[in-house]
Design a binder for this molecule. Sequence first.
Ligand SMILES: Nc1ncnc2c1ncn2[C@@H]1O[C@H](COP(=O)(O)OP(=O)(O)OP(=O)(O)O)[C@@H](O)[C@H]1O
Ligand SMILES: [Mg+2]
Length: 281
Amino acid sequence: MSESMMIVTTLEELWQALRLLERPLGLVPTMGYLHEGHISLARHAREECSSVAATIFVNPTQFGPNEDLARYPRNIEGDLKLLEAAGTDLVWMPTPEVMYPPRFQTWVTVETLTAPLEGAMRPGHFRGVTTVVSKLFNAIQPEKAYFGQKDAQQAAVLRQMARDLSYPTEIVICPTVRDADGLAMSSRNSYLNPEERQAATVLFRALTAAEFAYINGERDAETLRRRMRETIAAEPLARLQYVSCADYDTLVELETVTSKTLLSMAVFVGKTRLIDNFVLR
Ligand SMILES: Nc1ncnc2c1ncn2[C@@H]1O[C@H](COP(=O)(O)OP(=O)(O)OP(=O)(O)O)[C@@H](O)[C@H]1O
Ligand SMILES: [Mg+2]
């Protein structure tokens, strides 16, 4: 761990700073507006690695044309304070021009795993994610990279990408950090007004209802999906986009739960799109 946190923008500055850091290095990629979920990733990295690097980059290529890129929340000063307190050695904050120079035209795509769920609802999203994470891995060459289970499909897709492209980076997935009432922490929670914030617990309640049925012996996947749908339907401020009860490894929808399973959903609360998931073992 170095004396004070280094903050860099260009690739040249990044490479200079990296020379000063001991290996193994743990990377925490973020889009900023940091919360306790992000900081838990930095803490895991701090425990397991000699150096910790974080990136703050609101990646334009993972936003759809009708998504919230222009109004995505930002708080660089607050973010840097939190990262420093968590023991981060280096923060890379590239500009869009650094990340995507003129005539940029090279993309990384993961195929089958990106087809369902988030991939189906957000065309092009994972192409943006895998391309930017690939660029982060190439520029930093971290021994480990830390991601959150809240974005379950992203975790699966990045594990696949690392394996398929022979990245030496170990992908570490950390548990979802939740507020006291169960709402998964997310930068986009800041869009919610007080009534919507109350209603947003419906994702956790729906997942808990399905998990409860599972614990009580229910193995029919459609019944578990129905439990989730019914819970969402009972919340007037919530509008369901999808629910899923899928195989954990392939993300293919199940008829019967027999092995490790992912319950997941996307729900609009007002205009804010929230996702959450539980794993059934
Ligand atoms: N509640 C959480 N618990 C654990 N990890 C999280 C949590 N929220 C986000 N992360 C992880 O932090 C990393 C950076 O995510 P990102 O910056 O998109 O934050 P976010 O809160 O998911 O933002 P948004 O609300 O816009 O999706 C990802 O690996 C993501 O899975
Ligand atoms: Mg996110």
